[in-house]
Ligand binder design. Structure first.
Ligand code: FAD
Length: 574
């Protein structure tokens, strides 16, 4: 690593431009000067983040094509889908993480444990901040030819006061804190000095948010209380413990198929997990949660639940870093994520060399563009002007079939469009004109732009970008040195990103559910399945297979065996 003062470079200092910091140049660690010189001509790829998106990219990128530098405050990759299991000792925290340096080694890259705080788009510089051993902040710039932003998201506070009294479940520190608090509460509940009322409060566990994370945590907690507590804490009576789940929508797991969501609700009902639906948390106090709920007559009633532990898990929002990057680009109008085009490039950057994937990004789908292209072809075939084209229902069906083949994830929306078309058809002349169709297309596109913030999507985008970067490096050597228009090259060398939904799973307490809507497997209205022991083993097998390395797979297998033989570890972890 070489550091060059920024003043020695021919940069154009302007108001709001680069500060007088060091620029850090990276070269491969190689003693051979010839290799060093050659390798300097490889494009510099800077990756921000060590989560799902970045790791998928690093595992697919050709090791020889780029100088890779990865920046993140976390030097490990975390396998988030199994994080709820680590909060109650079913799995060990170490089994869910892989040192990032092992992954970065694959592409002969560098890892810097630091935070990216700014990007100077015009000069292709990332401002990076570190904290030294005395606690003082140090900053420097890192130049890039291509920048990948995959910095994830933060928990959405929804403006509710008192969230300092809650736990979150985003990373490994959160899981450790939760585990320690749960055990602390159990220990305190056993003390002879604890009153009955205080004991009931300490043993009241509240989960705010009925999405997959909240539901899986409640299920894991319930399993632990039922299976291990009686043996390890015989002084605590099971009836003194309560688990509550507060959900703002009408059902828990509301993005899953209705039958699966009611399976989960019934499961919780049998397990005595209290589910409050159509309920909104108003405030979290140090020892209670205040929320409103609609009663049978539709009246809003305010309730207060005493609690000794509260998990806040109500969706995600943008990090401050992503917000500040978006605020520098007038074209960015989405308040929830960085807007990218169908090639995962951040919209509005002056040089078109900044990409964003995963939770911090939202993808513009080009489904409408494709439908319009198909319609134009149809007009051309009929020898008509597209603007005056009248499309009959059967012609529309043929177009929809082609679109569905190209965008399987759009099938639900196309079905909706069919329905709308049929409704129009009832009142009108049996065909739609271009303007009417455009309006319908706008409706489906609005829905499609918000792809889910999941590991599945981040992983697919990371792999997609790596494949594209491999192509770009092969098709345009020395790309960073000439005046080639990057935007055109992206489109020329590789297809646009297409999300392929592979289904959603959730653990619901000695049972698991599998939602396969939109996967192409949902034939004949079959939208998913749920089951007990066999489903739990299937759920485990899926995640076992997806786990990041052989090392983590061995650790997972050992944890499950250990738990089956000796129960969960209910000790505080340092
Ligand atoms: P992340 O994986 O969150 O990684 C972000 C990275 O950026 C981190 O390394 C972070 O340290 C780093 N970073 C942050 N700020 C900066 C900065 N300024 N500079 C540099 N680096 C920075 N999804 C599923 O598909 N299935 C599931 O079952 C599932 N279960 C989940 C369970 C839990 C408990 C949680 C929390 C999430 C779950 N998800 C699941 C969602 C999934 O984890 C996320 O969608 C996924 O992690 C997003 O990947 P990402 O690469 O965008 O960000």
């Amino acid at each position: 690593i070489e550091a060059v003062p920024i003043s020695s470079l021919a940069l154009n200092p302007r108001r709001g431009g680069p500060k007088n910091l060091l620029i850090v140049e990276h070269f491969v660690d190689d003693d051979d000067c010839e290799t060093k010189r050659n390798s300097k001509h490889k494009p510099k790829l800077v990756v921000l983040g060590t989560g799902w998106g970045s790791v998928a990219l690093l595992k697919t990128l050709n090791p020889e094509e780029y100088h890779v530098t990865v920046i993140s405050p976390s030097n490990q990759f975390l396998f988030t889908p199994m994080l709820p299991s680590a909060t109650v000792g079913t799995l060990e925290l170490r089994s869910l993480v892989e040192p990032i340096r092992r992954i970065v080694q694959r592409v002969h890259g560098h890892f810097l444990k630091a935070m990216a705080v700014d990007v100077v788009y015009e000069e292709r510089l990332v401002e990076v901040e570190t904290v030294d051993t005395t606690g003082a902040k140090q900053s420097f710039y890192l130049p890039y030819d291509k920048l990948l932003i995959a910095c994830g998201s933060v928990t959405n506070p929804h403006g509710v006061p008192g969230l300092t009294n809650c736990h979150f479940l985003k990373d490994i520190h959160d899981a450790r804190n939760i585990r320690n608090t749960v055990i602390r509460n159990l220990e305190q509940a056993c003390l002879p000095t604890t009153t009955d009322e205080e004991r009931r409060r300490l043993l009241s566990f509240v989960v705010c948010g009925g999405g997959p994370t909240g539901v899986e945590f409640a299920a894991e907690l319930y399993d632990m209380l039922n299976e291990d507590l009686v043996n390890i804490f015989p002084k605590i009576l099971r009836c003194e413990i309560s688990v509550h789940l507060i959900q703002s929508r009408g059902h828990i797991l509301n993005t899953y198929d209705e039958a699966l969501s009611s399976f989960a609700e019934k499961r919780f009902q049998t397990d005595h997990v209290n589910v409050y639906t159509n309920a909104r948390v108003k405030e979290v106090k140090p020892d209670s949660v205040v929320f409103t709920e609609k009663d049978g007559d539709g009246n809003v009633v305010t309730k207060e639940l005493p609690m000794g532990f509260c998990l806040w898990s109500t969706g995600v929002s943008q990090t401050d870093f992503a917000k500040s990057l978006a605020s520098k680009l007038p074209e960015q109008t989405n308040r929830h994520a960085l807007e990218t085009d169908a090639h995962c490039r951040v919209i509005g950057t002056p040089l078109g060399d900044v990409y964003a994937i995963g939770d911090c990004a939202t993808v513009q789908n080009n489904v409408s563009d494709h439908i319009v292209t198909f319609l134009r072809t149809l007009a051309w075939e009929k020898g008509k002007d597209p603007e005056t084209l009248q499309v009959s229902f059967s012609e529309w069906r043929a177009v929809a079939k082609k679109v569905k083949q190209r965008f399987p994830q759009a099938s639900d929306h196309l079905r909706r469009l069919d329905k709308l078309f049929a409704e129009y058809d009832r009142d009108r002349s049996g065909s739609l004109d271009f303007g009417e169709l455009s309006e319908l297309l706008r409706q489906i596109d609005n829905k499609l732009t918000s792809l889910p913030a999941t590991a599945q999507r981040a992983h697919q985008q990371g792999e997609y970008l790596a494949k594209k970067f491999n192509k770009l490096a092969q098709s345009a050597p020395g790309l960073q040195l000439n005046e080639v228009d990057y935007g055109d090259l992206d489109e020329a060398v590789y297809k646009a990103f297409e999300y392929r939904h592979l289904g959603s799973l959730a653990y619901v307490g000695n049972s698991a559910i599998f939602d396969i809507q939109g996967t192409g497997l949902d034939i004949g209205g079959w939208k998913g399945f749920a089951g007990q022991l066999w489903a739990v083993y299937l759920w485990r097998s899926v995640y076992f297979a997806q786990s990041v390395s052989f090392r983590t797979r061995c650790l997972l297998a050992m944890d499950w065996t250990k738990r089956a033989l000796f129960g969960r570890d209910l000790m505080n972890t340092p």
